[in-house]
Structure formats: structure tokens, C-alpha cells
Design a protein around this ligand. Structure first.
Ligand SMILES: O=P(O)(O)O[C@H]1O[C@H](CO)[C@@H](O)[C@H]1O
Ligand SMILES: O=c1cc[nH]c(=O)[nH]1
Length: 235
């Protein structure tokens, strides 16, 4: 069995999948986390890995960047590979005045400018929210770490060219950061009756570009988010 974008066989994926945007981060995560890992797909360079974490089956696969790309992989994993839970482990630009690179945000909900939320219930502004069970498990796993916050984020379709007034207003209403996939993941999960969460590491600050992580750091500095996401995913 294969889908247009995944060549794995049915049963090759665990019920829980960790999903970064970056395929290189997926490989690093699989190496850091899984025992007895095997590569189960590699279409378009998007590697998927399945192994054991704390004795429980767990998979890791990247989403690529943006909601259309994530929506393809999430839909195929949920619909054709019996995946029940996807936890995005991504990077995000921080908006809060007290945010620092390396902080982690567990995304309760995700605003978006994407059309992906438009068709869920015609005539209704759909709320893209995390699954309670995963959210609760992630908050428990984080303990009282002051570097971990829980709140709303925004998933925008454009990385570049967003109006600064919009970004400022999002910060004013308490949005903790800017990324490009969480709302799409939450929407697909709701449509398919599955579970989803995003655990995001702040890689840069929208209002202080002097503190950006490098490309190498964005690929490698995610251990806190990873341990929270993995604990939540396997339950
Ligand atoms: O680091 P990832 O998970 O890819 O997430 C963020 O980084 C990419 C933009 O650089 C977008 O995908 C955004 O959501
Ligand atoms: O989408 C993203 C991700 C990281 N930083 C940003 O500013 N935007």
C-alpha cells in the first residue's frame, strides 16, 4: 500500500507521529529518540522513521513548510496509516515581550490567515485548537519549567511580506508566536476525528532580530520541545 506521498506499508507507522517541518530535523529526532528505528518512507526526501520510545511505538516524519504541505502528510497518515495522534515539533518566531530564543510554547490554539479553516463548517469561523488529552499530557511533561508557556499562536501562509501592523496586533491580543502549520494540523485532525498538538521552540523574535538562531541551531536546538512532545505523544 502506498499513497501519492508516502511509500510505507500499512502498519509501518505507530499510532503516534512527531512531525517537524524540516526533514533533517526529523532524522535527528529519530536518532535522538528512537530505539530499533527503521526508515519507512522517503518520498521527496521526506523521511519517515518508526521505532520505540520508552518501549512504546513512535514514528517521526516531517511535514515540509506551510499548511498545504502539512495537510497532505497529516491527511495521508491519519486516513491511510491509522495514525491517531500527530504532534508538530516546530520552530516559531516569538511575539511576547518576555520571550527568548529557546523558549517552548505548547499551542492551545492557532489563529490563521489560511483558507484551510474556511471549509470545515460553512458559515462558521472554525477554531483550530489542540486536543485536550495531548495538551494536558504535554503540560504535565513540562512540569513547572519557566521556559515553557501555553497559549495561542498564529499560522500564516506567508513567511515574508506580512504587514507589520498585523504582527503588532497579534502580539497585543496575546498571541505568543508566528509559525506556518499548527492551524492546518488542528483543522485536519478535527475533520478526521483525530488528535493533534504543536510544541514550538522559539527560534527568533519578531521585534528583536538581533537574537535569531542560526539555520544550524533551528535544525538542532529542540531537545526540550522534543521531550515534551514525545512524552505527550506516547501517553
Ligand atoms: O521549523 P519548522 O517546523 O519548519 O517551522 C517553521 O519554520 C518554517 C519557516 O522557516 C515554517 O515551516 C515554520 O512553521
Ligand atoms: O514561520 C516562522 C518561523 C520562525 N520564525 C518566523 O518568524 N516565522
Amino acid at each position: 500500500m502506498a499513497t501519492p506521498h508516502i511509500t510505507a506499508e500499512k502498519g509501518d507507522f505507530a499510532p503516534a507521529v512527531l512531525m517537524p517541518g524540516d526533514p533533517k530535523r526529523a532524522q535527528r529526532m529519530a536518532e535522538a529518540l528512537l530505539t530499533d528505528a527503521r526508515k519507512v518512507t522517503d518520498v521527496r526526501g521526506i523521511g519517515g522513521y518508526t521505532g520505540l520510545y520508552r518501549g512504546k511505538p513512535l514514528s517521526v516524519m516531517a511535514s515540509g513548510m506551510g499548511q498545504p504541505s502539512l495537510a497532505i502528510y497529516a491527511t495521508e497518515l491519519y486516513s491511510f496509516y491509522d495514525v491517531e495522534r500527530i504532534v508538530r515539533v516546530g520552530t516559531m518566531g516569538g511575539l511576547a515581550a518576555d520571550a527568548s530564543p529557546g523558549d517552548v510554547v505548547i499551542a492551545l490554539g492557532a489563529h490563521t490567515d489560511s483558507s484551510i479553516v474556511g471549509g470545515v463548517v460553512p458559515g462558521i469561523h472554525f477554531s483550530a485548537t489542540a486536543s485536550w488529552n495531548l495538551l494536558r499530557a504535554a503540560v504535565e511533561a513540562a512540569g513547572d519549567d519557566p521556559q515553557v508557556k501555553v497559549g495561542t499562536v498564529v499560522s500564516r501562509d506567508r513567511f515574508y511580506g506580512n504587514p507589520i501592523e498585523q504582527t503588532k496586533r497579534l502580539a497585543e491580543i496575546g498571541t505568543l508566536g508566528v509559525e506556518m502549520e499548527a492551524a492546518g494540523l488542528y483543522t485536519i485532525a478535527a475533520e478526521l476525528g483525530k488528535e493533534a498538538l504543536a510544541v514550538l521552540t522559539i527560534s527568533d523574535l519578531l521585534f528583536d532580530p538581533s537574537r535569531d538562531m542560526t539555520a544550524e541551531e533551528r535544525e538542532s536546538k529542540f531537545s526540550k520541545a522534543l521531550s515534551i512532545a514525545a512524552a505527550a505523544a506516547v501517553g
